[in-house]
Design a protein around this ligand. Structure first.
Ligand SMILES: Nc1ncnc2c1ncn2[C@@H]1O[C@H](COP(=O)(O)OP(=O)(O)OP(=O)(O)O)[C@@H](O)[C@H]1O
Ligand SMILES: [Mg+2]
Length: 271
């Protein structure tokens, strides 16, 4: 079953700016999709349509349920969004209160709330932060707590808007580990990003957006289509540049993994 099915979705901002124009996209359950596109291409607008924060024209189905005014609350249990800026997500005094907010809103009892908070903080490696003040945390710490506020709802779909922005190398690796574990748990994941290099190893498919879907295909297929990426003003990922060079030197790159670490591991015997 498709986790998400978008048909003929268009969205115009109140000032007349057409941000999304006839989007059609199907995302299967348990897939991890990168949504890429240049600044202003509509990534955030599309994400905000997915759980009904914005309501465009057209149809969005989440696990076959058509998003409508009547079932917004129900849909939002299935699809959680991690916003680009953690300050848009954290608004309670303590980390516990922030992470407990969604389960409390879903009328979970005290024992269940505590358990959900514990599990969500554990999943992002922040168990010891339960009693800290959210607004005192560093950006990277706030980011992980924002993810926990979404995980505590236990949604089937998790959408990240620019998750690696402003994170250092260690935090990016931690984020990839979190996403890998979410994939293992069977979650469907969408990552809107300009930083394909950092997330490439967890991404099954890539959708290129420029108000409408310009291309949608397997990760390897999209990243090796240099012309397509350049036409959309997108960076060709480092690993794809490497593949191109190696292919030019006569190597067959079809089975080489997409993560730089895995690539180096595979070739370490050669140098
Ligand atoms: N509130 C608004 N009113 C009018 N236009 C808006 C509004 N918010 C966004 N836009 C416009 O909608 C278009 C899509 O913006 P959006 O933020 O979805 O792009 P994006 O792909 O997320 O960009 P970025 O990579 O910079 O995050 C842009 O042209 C933007 O200027
Ligand atoms: Mg954006």
């Amino acid at each position: 079953m498709n986790a998400i099915e978008i048909k003929n979705l268009s969205y115009t901002y109140p000032d007349g700016n057409i941000a999304l124009n006839n989007i059609n996209l199907e995302i299967s359950g348990n897939e991890c999709i990168a949504l890429i596109g240049s600044n202003g291409s509509g990534k955030t607008t599309l994400i905000l349509n997915l759980n009904g924060i914005f309501r465009g024209k057209g149809s969005i189905k989440i696990f076959n349920k058509e998003l409508s005014d009547k079932n917004l609350k129900e849909i939002r249990k299935d699809i959680g969004i991690v916003f680009q800026n953690p300050d848009d997500q954290l608004f309670m005094p303590t980390v516990f209160d922030d992470v407990a907010f969604a389960p409390l809103n879903m009328n979970a009892n005290e024992k269940e709330v505590k358990e959900r908070v514990r599990n969500a903080l554990q999943a992002v490696g922040m168990s010891s932060y339960e009693n800290r003040f959210s607004y005192h945390l560093s950006f990277g710490e706030k980011k992980k707590i924002s993810i926990a506020t979404v995980l505590s709802m236990n949604p089937k779909i998790i959408v990240f808007d620019e998750p690696t922005a402003n994170l250092d190398a260690k935090s990016k690796k931690e984020l990839i580990k979190i996403i890998k574990n979410l994939k293992k748990d069977g979650k469907t994941i969408i990552i809107a990003t300009h930083d394909l290099d950092s997330v490439l190893e967890v991404v099954d498919k890539i959708a290129i957006l420029n108000k409408t879907i310009i291309a949608y295909g397997k990760t390897r297929e999209i990243i090796t289509n240099e012309k397509l990426l350049e036409d959309e003003n997108l960076d060709v990922p480092n690993i794809a540049v490497l593949f191109k060079t190696l292919t030019g030197l006569g190597y067959d790159c079809t089975d080489i993994p997409l993560s730089m670490d895995a690539f180096l591991e595979k070739f370490k015997t050669c140098w």
